[in-house]
Design a binder for this molecule. Structure first.
Ligand SMILES: Nc1ncnc2c1ncn2[C@@H]1O[C@H](COP(=O)(O)OP(=O)(O)OP(=O)(O)O)[C@@H](O)[C@H]1O
Ligand SMILES: [Mg+2]
Length: 254
């Protein structure tokens, strides 16, 4: 089975600042990888590079076996055009910290928007699939509610259903619970846990170390644009070897 993500020496700069320094990363199909690390360490940047919201400055990134952003012709690399990049980006679904639902659309309309407008699926089929997904995130009864009528946790669950409606092969989560009131965190983590159990490949940036410990197959600790340590959750979270990992984890736990 080929990996869902391969990154080799991935480098990303913003001006003179190097946000990602030659990152090597591999995520297996069906794997849940959690990324932890201090603010500014490059976690969001890495996710944004994987789904091509950012363009990398060096190295290579493959998603589901396909080199992202380029086509290899002979021994030359040709940059893909916007349409080709848009097509590649469909392989990944992304859920952000702040819910980005369309405020003027109901939950159901938010979920069917992409399949109908982008994938050109039939309305009936899109609606059936959307209702199934809203059911999966426990919100079938809120299909006709507008975002403003939903709690933050419910909005975030609709955002997950909306991403899944595009039938992605990889889901990226960027601190999906960190903007939520504490009592709403659990319901979103439960949906993510179910998704992981269903076999979805997932990369999750999170400060929820309990979730990482329970659900992740592997945990990556990033600092200053580099992967400092990678390993099984119990090793990274309970017995980190690197001093920077140790101090980060004790800071999060205290
Ligand atoms: N568009 C940008 N322009 C300039 N610098 C940027 C840009 N995006 C990110 N950076 C810088 O790159 C570094 C990594 O940012 P990134 O958002 O990836 O960190 P992070 O690990 O996700 O942090 P946090 O935990 O606060 O979300 C930071 O120093 C940030 O200021
Ligand atoms: Mg971030």
């Amino acid at each position: 089975m080929r990996p869902i993500v391969v990154g080799q020496a991935v480098t990303k700069r913003f001006g003179d600042f190097v946000a990602l320094k030659e990152i090597d990363i591999e995520v297996e199909n069906g794997e849940v990888l959690c990324i932890i690390g201090p603010s500014g360490s490059g976690k969001s940047t890495l996710l944004r590079c994987i789904n091509q919201l950012e363009k990398i400055d060096g190295g290579g990134l493959w998603v589901d076996g396909e080199l992202t952003g380029y086509r290899i012709v002979g021994d030359k690399l040709h940059e893909l055009d916007d349409n080709q990049i848009a097509r590649q980006r469909l392989a990944t679904g992304m859920v952000f910290q702040r819910f980005n639902l369309f405020p003027h659309m109901t939950a159901l309309e938010n979920v069917i928007e992409g399949p109908i407008q982008v994938l050109r699926r039939a309305p009936k089929e899109s609606r059936d699939h959307a209702m199934e997904l809203l059911g999966r995130v426990g919100l079938a009864h809120k299909a006709d509610a507008y975002p403003i009528e939903l709690s933050g946790g419910q909005q975030q669950r609709v955002a997950i259903a909306r991403a899944l409606a595009m039938r992605p092969r990889l889901m990226l989560f960027d601190e999906p619970t960190s903007a939520l009131d504490p009592e709403l965190v659990g319901e979103v983590l439960q949906v993510m846990r179910d998704l992981a159990r269903s076999g979805m490949s997932m990369i999750v940036v999170t400060h929820e170390l309990g979730f990482a410990r329970e659900v992740a197959n592997r945990v990556v600790f990033m600092d200053a644009g580099q992967i400092v340590e990678t390993g099984a959750p119990e090793d990274i979270l309970m017995n980190p070897r690197n001093e920077r990992t140790q101090s980060f984890i004790s800071a999060v736990l205290n």
